[in-house]
Design a protein around this ligand. Structure first.
Ligand SMILES: Nc1ncnc2c1ncn2[C@@H]1O[C@@H]2COP(=O)(O)O[C@H]2[C@H]1O
Length: 465
């Protein structure tokens, strides 16, 4: 594998010329697709390599690389040259030489998923260690891309999907760590960067990557949106640093351990969480308890005398229960109508934070179509998957979950009209900024795109005429 250690920052929105690629010949574990170039932006989005491991041999990682691969320097053993799809076997113990061999008893700990799963151990070690050898060189290739994107993290058009690929699926850790620095929270609260990173690694690992929608990418997107909102003048000038800290923690943890099915499903199948939380805000209560447990496990905030920390975090996460939207919105609307919302009043500030959390959670239809369309496809895929499971077990199919009678356009139209628009209209009254107007503009424009996407091509053509 040939790796260049000094690479200039490459723009992510343009294909890399072939001659540059040939000269660099760089391939990294998590490199941005931009490095591999290609004629179309669509191809830019495709990863050309991957990593896997064999559970029978946990000391070895397999790199799967597309194209002609040549090795230089100490690194992966047994390189394969010339094959169109090369597999390079990497001695994992050499990557992490000071970790020592995998303990024979380690497999016995598998059942304690929440504490010491193989994946969490693997990820956290990988992120906590000082990079060494080939990994260090590989990191440099894509760190340039990530840095370039993070410079624009306050942009409403931030491409979270590309960012996640550029960070090799570690978008949540990378972005949130950066935002803590950016808001000065790490310095102000004297947060231990190692604890912060290990907390974020655990958070990321506790999202289910198999869920099309409720996974760590959604949490990263919500966190990025939260950051954009926190920078709005109404909030930036009135919220305390403690408010901001809690808001970021709530955003990044608000869907922890989401099973990919809704509360109705858990209640109807007699899931233990439904019994535990008495069929009320079942998932949100679980996300909150998971967040508290990971905060404890990491010890991140242990040194801070923040009173009611857990309760305040809980009330932000519980506010994302969509079935309670009208209750929150009515309170917010009343204050706006009476014009008596005072950001000096802690209870009013907290209500505003809850509304901010709700906005961040369901802002995906307010993103630019390029991003919004991906979210609507993902959420529909998750709904339909639940419907498939219900059909398979002879249960009644939940609303919006039947792939035979529901469609993405239909689901989005209802969601936007009844849920998103009422919330963002009030938000716009509260924070009347260019960002708010932009979000509303996308919200009104996106259904038009959706409608066109669902039309047969011939009909779409006739409409254009
Ligand atoms: N684009 C979307 N289309 C339809 N429903 C959505 C969309 N985005 C979010 N939701 C729903 O809004 C809910 C907010 O709370 P949850 O994350 O529990 O589950 C979410 C989805 O059910």
């Amino acid at each position: 594998m040939e790796v260049c250690s000094q690479l200039p920052v490459l723009p992510l929105d343009r294909p890399v010329p072939q001659h540059v690629l040939r000269r660099r010949g760089a391939i990294s574990l998590g490199t941005s697709s931009a490095l591999f170039g290609g004629p179309s932006p669509r191809q830019l989005c495709k990863r050309r390599g991957g990593v896997s491991y064999n559970s029978a041999d946990q000391a070895v990682l397999y790199l799967h690389l597309l194209g002609d691969v040549k090795q230089r320097g100490p690194g992966p053993s047994e390189p394969v040259r010339g094959a169109p799809h090369s597999h390079v076997k990497v001695d994992y113990q050499r990557f992490h030489c000071h970790q020592g061999p995998v303990r024979p008893g380690a497999r016995g700990l598998k059942s304690h998923r929440r504490r010491l799963s193989f994946q969490r151990g693997l990820k956290s070690r990988h992120l906590r260690q000082r990079p060494s050898g080939p990994q260090h060189l590989l990191d440099q290739v894509y760190n340039c891309q990530v840095k370039c994107m993070l410079d624009k993290v306050d942009s409403w058009d931030f491409d979270i999907f590309m960012f996640d690929r550029a960070t090799n699926g570690n978008g949540l850790v990378t972005l949130t760590f950066h935002l803590f620095l950016q808001l000065g929270l790490t310095r102000l609260f004297r947060l231990d960067p190692i604890k912060l990173r290990s907390f974020l690694v655990m958070v990321q690992a506790d999202y289910h990557q198999r869920n099309p929608y409720h996974n760590s990418l959604h949490a990263t997107d919500v966190t990025q949106a939260m950051y954009c909102f926190l920078r709005q003048p109404k909030l930036a000038t009135t919220l305390s640093s403690c408010d901001m800290l809690l808001a970021l923690v709530a955003a990044v943890t608000h869907d922890l351990d989401h099973p990919g099915v809704n509360q109705g499903f858990l209640v109807r199948t007699g899931h233990h969480l439904a019994a535990l939380y008495k069929n009320s805000s079942v998932l949100e209560s679980h996300h909150w308890r998971c967040a508290v447990s990971l905060l404890r496990e990491s010890g991140l905030l242990d040194h801070l005398p923040i009173t009611d920390r857990s309760e305040r975090l809980g009330s932000l996460i519980l506010a994302t229960d969509i079935s309670q939207q009208n209750r929150y919105l009515a309170r917010f609307r009343e204050h706006l109508d009476r014009e008596d919302l005072s950001m000096a009043d802690p209870s009013h500030r907290h209500l505003v934070l809850q509304i901010t959390m709700k906005c961040a959670d369901i802002c995906n239809p307010c993103r630019v179509w390029r991003l919004s369309s991906q979210w609507s496809s993902r959420v529909t895929a998750e709904f339909f998957h639940q419907g498939d499971v219900e059909k398979k077990h002879g249960m009644a199919v939940s609303p919006l979950c039947d792939r035979l009678s529901d469609s993405t356009a239909h689901i989005q139209a209802g969601f936007i009209r009844h849920v998103v628009e009422p919330l963002f209209r009030e938000w716009c009254r509260f924070s009347c900024t260019s960002l708010s107007h932009r979000m509303l503009a996308h919200l009104y424009r996106n259904p038009y795109h959706l409608h066109r996407r669902d039309l047969p091509a011939s009909l779409d053509h006739s409409l254009q005429i």
